[in-house]
Design a protein around this ligand. Structure first.
Ligand code: 13P
Length: 260
C-alpha cells in the first residue's frame, strides 16, 4: 500500500471569535502529547478572523499544527468586497485551503467551475487545496453517489496537474452525513474513497492517485475515528462539529493511542 501521511483537519465553520479560537487551540495543545502528532498532519481551519491569532500562537508555542482556510477568492486582488485572496492567506502561513465545501456549493452558489478556479489559484501560490466532494441523500438514494462525485472531481480538477501528490487532498463528505450525527459506515466511506481514488487515477494518473490523500468527512467523532481510519483508502478525516470541542478533537487526533 502506498505510504500516505494521514491528515486530520478541523473545519470550525462560522464558529468561535478570535479570542475563543486562542483558548480552543491552547486547550487542544494541552490535551495532546508529542507522540499524538507524529506521523500525521493536524490542520485547523478556523474563521478568517482567527487565522492571525492562531498563527502567532502556533509560532510562539512551537505547536505542530498547520493552518487551513475555509475558502478563498480565485483572484489575487481586486474590487471583490468581502473576499480574501490566496496571497493574503499565504502571508498568514496558511498551508491548506478548503475548496468546494458542500455548504459553499449549496448556499453560496459555488459550481464546479468556481471551485476549479479556486483550486487553480490555491495551487498557483503553492498552497494545498482540500477539495471537497460528496453526494446528497437524494442522489445517494437514486444510486448516483459515485456519478455525482466523479462529475464533481472532473469539473473541479479540470486543467489541474499535480507534481507532488502531497499538494492536493480530496475530502469525501456525503452531504447527508454532515452535521446530522449520521456517519457513513466505514464500508461506505471506503467504497466511496476508493471510487474517488479510481477517478483521480483517470484524471491525474494512477501513480499520483495512489499517493494522494483522501479524507472522509461527516459526523466524525471520537467513537468512530478508529474504524474510519482503519479503512485502506481513508487517509484522514475532515471534522466539523467535533473539532469545536478540544477534548473530542484531541481524542480524534490521538486515536492511535493505546486505550484502557
Ligand atoms: P460535521 O463533522 O459537523 O458533520 O461536519 C463535517 C464537515 O462539514 C467538515 O467539513
Amino acid at each position: 500500500m502506498a505510504d500516505r501521511l494521514p491528515i486530520i483537519a478541523g473545519n470550525w465553520k462560522m464558529h468561535r471569535d478570535h479570542l475563543e479560537a486562542i483558548q480552543l487551540v491552547q486547550k487542544l495543545a494541552y490535551h495532546l502529547e508529542g507522540d499524538d502528532y507524529a506521523g500525521q498532519e493536524v490542520v485547523l481551519c478556523p474563521p478568517f478572523i482567527a487565522l492571525r491569532s492562531i498563527q502567532t500562537l502556533i509560532q510562539s508555542d512551537g505547536l505542530p499544527m498547520k493552518l487551513g482556510a475555509q475558502t478563498c477568492h480565485h483572484e489575487d486582488e481586486g474590487a471583490f468586497t468581502g473576499e480574501i485572496s490566496v496571497p493574503m492567506l499565504e502571508r498568514l502561513d496558511v498551508e491548506y485551503v478548503l475548496a468546494g465545501h458542500s455548504e459553499r456549493r449549496a448556499m453560496f452558489g459555488e459550481t464546479d467551475e468556481v471551485v476549479n478556479a479556486k483550486v487553480q489559484a490555491i495551487r498557483s501560490h503553492g498552497l494545498r487545496p482540500i477539495l471537497c466532494v460528496g453526494e446528497s441523500l437524494e442522489q445517494r438514494e437514486a444510486g448516483r453517489a459515485e456519478d455525482v462525485v466523479t462529475e464533481q472531481l472532473r469539473g473541479s480538477l479540470a486543467g489541474v496537474t499535480v507534481s507532488d501528490p502531497h499538494d492536493l487532498v480530496v475530502a469525501y463528505e456525503p452531504v447527508w452525513a454532515i452535521g446530522t450525527g449520521k456517519t457513513a459506515t466505514p464500508d461506505d466511506a471506503q467504497q466511496m474513497c476508493a471510487a474517488v481514488r479510481s477517478e483521480l487515477g483517470s484524471l491525474l494518473g494512477q501513480p499520483t492517485a495512489d499517493q494522494l490523500r483522501i479524507q472522509y468527512g461527516g459526523s466524525v467523532k471520537p467513537g468512530n475515528i478508529r474504524a474510519l481510519m482503519a479503512e485502506p483508502d481513508v487517509d484522514g478525516v475532515l471534522v466539523g462539529g467535533a473539532s469545536l470541542s478540544s477534548e473530542d478533537f484531541a481524542l480524534i487526533v490521538a486515536h492511535r493511542r493505546e486505550r484502557g
